[in-house]
Design a protein. Structure first.
Lengths: 166, 201
């Protein structure tokens, strides 16, 4: 059972986004540290998308809908989902990640990238009139997030603890 | 699969970095020997340029538990240094450094993390000294930070600080040798593209 499910895991790498309407698919962002993952699922159109953004803000030289950045990645994800038939008002939006990996290690190097990513995601979503349904953000632990296209179920895994639903 | 070299890495720069890396790692071993009062040798490092996004795969996947020792380069040359190894290799390295029988260390507490931080500190400092001498610049490493987590999560800091600009990183693969024990470590140097220009100036 687990093996079959795993065969449809699509990795969403650093600075990438993925959308799918195949109910067999799972969209997975592995080992999120300071990065944030934004997940969107439309239960009626049965489409889902996952963004794995690295930094809060797009520099001028980057592409306008670059998924590497939170402020451009979120509208890019929304646009791709709408192309697949998603309707904005039906979207269930969740956010995971934005840890401060250096919090316990060395305060002198702290750059608050995770915190800035979270703040940017909140303001970008608000600007698009998208409401956050759930979140698991901050802290200082890496996370793996898995979004199931079929029913929008989402799990978060942290090393040394049990995988939980979000 | 050899990655295409970015424009900033021409052959001359690459071979120069290779020489520097070898010098730097050798002197790091000398420094480590001095700290321990015992001979520690670092095997001839292999130098490769790899895309940043390939690192998790090289370490067994982004979810694998690993230990990262991270330093930022400050002063006249900007960049980052990351020593990264699978969790069990870090335990082996602690055993080797603290002269414990292999398999003794089974967790990374405060003491063990300090020992690993010191490895990062020495390796980073000696490597940067070699670069500083070559360039005639004042370069210092930040204090080291030790992270124990998933490979992907550890590497986020590197990607974020480089702003996604440094798509390729310089990878030095070496091994710490002490008597007949050996622990392989990967050592990554992520120079800011502007810092690379200093070599060719």
């Amino acid at each position: 059972m687990e093996m079959i499910a795993e065969s449809n895991a699509l990795a969403v790498g650093l600075g990438e986004l993925q959308v799918s309407r195949d109910p067999q698919d799972q969209l997975v962002a592995y080992g999120l540290g300071s990065c944030v993952a934004v997940a969107m699922h439309d239960p009626v159109a049965r489409v889902a998308g996952l963004l794995h953004a690295v930094l809060p803000e797009r520099p001028r030289e980057a592409a306008p809908l670059c998924p590497k950045y939170v402020d451009t990645g979120i509208p890019a994800l929304l646009a791709r989902l709408e192309e697949l038939g998603a309707v904005r008002s039906r979207l269930r939006v969740r956010m995971v990640g934005g840890a401060n990996m250096l919090a316990s290690a060395n305060a002198g190097l702290a750059l608050n990238i995770g915190e800035r990513n979270i703040a940017m995601a909140r303001s970008t979503l608000a600007g698009l009139r998208l409401r956050l349904a759930a979140e698991d953000v901050g802290g200082n632990k890496g996370r793996t997030v898995r979004l199931y296209v079929a029913d929008g179920r989402m799990t978060v895994r942290v090393l040394g603890s049990q995988t939980r639903e979000l | 699969m050899e990655p295409t070299l970015p424009a900033t890495f021409d052959d001359r720069l690459y071979s120069l970095l290779r020489v520097l890396a070898t010098e730097g790692i050798r002197s790091a071993a000398a420094g480590l020997s001095g700290m321990l009062g015992k001979a520690v040798v670092v095997s001839e490092p292999r130098v490769r340029l790899v895309p940043l996004t390939d690192i998790p795969t090289l370490l067994g996947g982004p979810e694998v538990e690993a230990v990262g020792i991270y330093l930022q380069i400050r002063g006249g040359w900007v960049g980052q240094i990351m020593l990264i190894m699978p969790h069990e290799k870090a335990l082996e390295l602690v055993d080797l450094l603290m002269e414990l029988p292999p398999g003794t260390t089974d967790q990374l507490g405060q003491l063990e993390r300090s020992a690993l931080a010191e490895v990062g500190n020495l390796t980073g400092s000696f490597f940067l000294n070699a670069v500083a001498q070559r360039l005639g610049l004042d370069i210092r490493p930040s204090p080291p930070a030790v992270m124990v987590d998933m490979v992907g999560a550890i590497l986020d800091i590197v990607a974020a600080v480089s702003g996604g600009v440094a798509e390729h990183v310089l990878m030095l693969e070496g091994a710490f040798l002490r008597q007949n024990r050996e622990v392989a470590v990967d050592f990554w140097v992520i120079p800011d593209p502007a810092a690379l220009a200093a070599f060719t100036a």
